[in-house]
Design a protein around this ligand. Structure first.
Ligand code: ARG
Length: 466
């Protein structure tokens, strides 16, 4: 059985069920690279503080890099549940290499500030990765918008056909969501960019550690300002999981539309074969599994977020072992949101709307009723009255089994003498779309502007940060 670092005070060994129950190595071994980076920075800080000689630092650095190599090579390293977590595994292996010097590395440090540092390093990297993936999704949406500037489809409210819109406008609506997500992750990344080491167990340490130096060594922008908060804080997990949940909600809405649009009922798009699956029993089936799975995985990410919030609720200061339970949901949350963004970035470029079906749907169901009312209102009829006349036109058309433009001029004039023959051109799909030229509207000119602005913004981010 491995020796425990705390055994000086204990008279009997840990119960084996307790050992298995409290071990986290099967989960936190993923943090080995961050743990070793943290140890190298700490060793350098100890050297600066006069705790480790230059010689000692050199041999610790060399040994730490050998431990890293052994772990990466896989078969050389032994994982032992009795050693609890990644911090003790690294330290124990170090002891095998450099003997008692390994013990000196833990001067002025606790696993509490160690794990807080490891986890922030890990999540900073993940936030950066999520931001890169969000940019790919946004780029794909911009390409889709550019390819669908000429595609007019029904815009919906209450999932009832409402008014015609450009499919490009619809895609750009999703761009906006993922733009906000990018900003949210960038802000979350900025706030988590603080270094806990030097806080030790909770109160700071008696050794003169230059924390600003450690922070620079590890690529952190700042140090955590309060040692108790530094070891107890997991806000960065809550923020990441919240941002991830919102991004997943956005993905789930997009996926829901892909599922609907690819159904026979809508028929607005055909899924690329490479991103659909068939049925083992129904030969005609082509199922939108990717969109369905992303929609389904949203629940997982929200579950992880809920687990993390619940973990932190009412937890007294400072470190509590409960916090060890942050890893599994956090890893799953980051892995899932990354996988979903990556697969969507890959699938989106292959989507193509069926322009005929879309336009056909936009022509049916009186999506021009608002425009007929606007037409009359523009001629001086108060909008409330114009709305009433247009409503009667819809009722008449329904009775005759035609659309509004299927009514004759005489029939329309029977409802209002303000109607002239220009009404038919006024109610064409293109005219209806292009009249909605308010800032942020669906008019082709506005959508082109929005697309150009989004392209410029995405390109600028590529150079800097969101
Ligand atoms: N495995 C622990 C965790 O993930 C590391 C810190 C343990 N600290 C302690 N005092 N037991 O939170």
């Amino acid at each position: 059985m491995a020796k425990k670092p705390w055994e000086g005070r204990f008279s009997e060994p840990t119960d084996e069920m307790v050992e298995a129950f409290s071990s986290s190595i099967h989960v936190d071994r993923r943090l080995y690279a961050q743990d070793i980076a943290g140890s190298v920075a700490h060793a350098r800080t100890l050297n600066k503080a006069g705790v480790l000689s230059d010689e000692e630092l050199k041999s610790l650095e060399a040994a730490l890099s050998r431990v890293k190599k052994e772990i990466e090579e896989g078969n050389k390293f032994t994982w032992d549940p009795a050693l609890e977590d990644i911090h003790m595994h690294v330290e124990e292996r170090l002891r095998g290499m450099v003997g008692d010097l390994a013990g000196k590395l833990h001067t002025g440090r606790s696993r509490n500030d160690q794990v807080a540092t490891d986890f922030r390093l890990y999540l900073k990297q993940e936030a950066g990765e999520v931001i890169r993936l969000l940019r790919r999704v946004r780029g794909a949406l911009l390409d889709l918008a550019a390819a669908h500037m000429d595609c007019i489809m029904p815009g919906y409210t209450h999932l009832q056909r409402a008014q015609p819109v450009l499919a490009a406008h619809h895609f750009l609506a999703y761009y906006e969501m993922f733009f906000r997500d990018t900003r949210r992750f960038a802000q979350c990344l900025d706030r988590m960019d603080e270094m806990p080491l030097g806080s030790a167990a909770l109160a700071g340490t008696t050794f003169a550690l230059d924390r600003e130096y450690t922070a620079r060594e590890l690529g952190f922008s700042r140090v955590c300002r309060n040692s108790m908060d530094a070891v107890a804080d997991r806000d960065f997990c809550l923020e990441f999981a919240s941002a991830a949940s919102i991004a997943m909600i956005h993905l789930s809405r997009l996926c829901e539309e892909i599922v609907l649009w690819s159904s026979q009922e809508f028929g607005f798009l055909t899924l690329p074969d490479a991103f659909a699956t068939g049925s083992s029993i129904m030969p005609q089936k082509k199922n939108p599994d990717v969109a369905e799975l992303v929609r389904g995985k949203t629940g997982r990410v929200l579950g992880a977020m809920t687990a993390l919030f619940t973990l932190l609720k009412s937890l007294p200061l400072a470190y509590n072992r409960d916090l060890q339970e942050d890893k599994e949901p956090m890893f799953d949350c980051a892995d899932t949101v990354k996988a979903c963004l990556a697969v969507m970035a890959r699938m989106l470029p292959h989507l193509a709307m069926d322009r005929e079906r879309c336009a056909d749907a936009a022509r049916k169901g009186f999506l021009d009723a608002t425009d007929l009312a606007d037409y009359l209102a523009a001629k001086g009829l108060p909008f409330r009255d114009a709305h009433h006349v247009a409503g009667r036109a819809v009722a008449l058309a329904q009775e005759k089994g035609v659309e509004l433009t299927g009514l004759s001029l005489a029939e329309l004039q029977g409802l209002s003498d303000l109607v002239e023959k220009d009404v038919f051109g006024f109610l064409s799909l293109e005219a209806m779309v292009n009249r909605r030229a308010t800032l942020g509207g669906t008019a082709t000119g506005r959508v082109k502007e929005a697309l150009a602005q989004a392209r410029a913004e995405l390109a600028a981010e590529g150079e800097g940060r969101a």
